[in-house]
Design a protein around this ligand. Structure first.
Ligand SMILES: [Zn+2]
Ligand SMILES: [Zn+2]
Length: 249
């Protein structure tokens, strides 16, 4: 990257007031974290001791669902389509393909740039949950608490996926509590995610906790899905990625 572009980029990241995409990211992050606090407070308020087992199952299922969705989304962007596709190509496919070529670029993104898009994605379900807390009766909210814990854990882990992925590429200066979470495999560990970064990037797509990577690899889940799609459409998985990576090198 030329020094001129670097300076321009640094200026756009820290200029105030933020404009365009940067402004949208700022608003998404602020709204998202405000709604998370509001919903978390309400969830605690409606928690009952007798719900403990179903709440724990709900949280576990929410985290597993988020991990699976991160894998599905990542697998789709890595495996199919082209960076030249209108809208989807630039917005979704290109960042994932570029990430294989320069995996440490993500570590140079600040908090807003890292989390803006995911915060934007979870705004509607978070607002829906907040609406439920202000409009439903207390009895109904007590009854649906385990389900709400499932949805809330799912939303939290989807929101945090990019941050967790960024930490999995960061080798210096991570806070101790993040390293603790990685070492205990509560979030995606660094060594674990390295498996995905071996070309041709055809396995270990889950990037939230990574809990599903080993079992999905064991049952050859992604390969089966790719075979089905190739059988139906005639498209070869990663065909465009290989062409594109060659071009960039
Ligand atoms: Zn990838
Ligand atoms: Zn990565």
């Amino acid at each position: 990257m030329s020094s001129q572009i670097k300076v321009k980029r640094a200026f756009s990241l820290f200029s105030f007031p933020p404009t365009g995409k940067r402004l949208q990211e700022w608003i998404s992050v602020i709204l998202c974290f405000s709604l998370i606090c509001f919903n978390f407070y309400n969830l605690l308020f409606y928690l009952r001791l007798e719900h403990t087992p179903s709440v724990l199952v709900g949280i576990f299922a929410g985290v597993i669902t988020a991990d699976f969705l991160s894998g599905l989304f990542h697998w789709g962007a890595d495996t199919w389509g082209s960076v030249e596709l209108p809208i989807v190509g630039k917005a979704f496919i290109r960042p994932f393909r570029e990430h294989h070529i320069d995996p440490t670029a993500i570590t140079r993104h600040d908090f807003i740039e890292t989390n803006g898009d995911n915060c934007f994605m979870t705004l509607v379900p978070l607002a829906n949950m907040a609406y439920k807390f202000v409009s439903f009766s207390p009895e109904a909210l007590c009854d649906s608490c385990p389900w709400d814990c499932y949805v809330f854990a799912l939303i939290i882990f989807i929101t945090m996926t990019n941050q967790i992925h960024k930490w999995s590429h960061t080798y210096f200066g991570l806070p101790r509590w993040v390293v603790f979470l990685q070492d205990w495999h509560i979030i995606l560990p660094r060594k674990h995610h390295r498996i995905h970064h071996v070309s041709p990037h055809e396995t270990y797509f889950c990037i939230t906790t990574g809990w599903l990577n080993y079992p999905l690899e064991k049952i050859r889940f992604w390969r089966c899905l790719e075979n089905i799609i190739q059988g139906l459409t005639g498209e070869k998985p990663r065909a465009d990625d290989m062409k594109w990576a060659q071009k960039i090198k």
